[in-house]
Design a protein around this ligand. Structure first.
Ligand code: SF4
Length: 75
């Protein structure tokens, strides 16, 4: 299954991912960084498994993230 990986610590809160895929991303009111909804915290990142049809919107979010901290793995 494809996965989204988010290295949240380095997020600058630009909101671009939310604009691309609002059903997956939201900005935290607590610290102004984005949160990957439904994700699980791993050691240094957050991970969410997605289906194939969810890949495209999140790839666009990954491509436009100015600090390159969103990765979509298709396997
Ligand atoms: S696009 Fe990148 S830097 Fe901008 S809010 Fe989303 S994860 Fe953070």
């Amino acid at each position: 299954m494809p996965k989204i990986i988010h290295y949240r610590d380095r997020c600058i809160g630009c909101n671009s991912c939310v604009e691309h895929a609002p059903q997956y991303w939201t900005i935290s009111k607590a610290d102004g960084k984005s949160c990957l909804l439904g994700s699980e915290k791993k050691k240094d990142c957050f991970v969410r498994t997605i289906s194939t049809v969810e890949v495209e919107a999140n790839k666009r979010a990954a491509q436009d993230c100015p600090v390159h901290i969103i990765h979509v793995i298709e396997d």
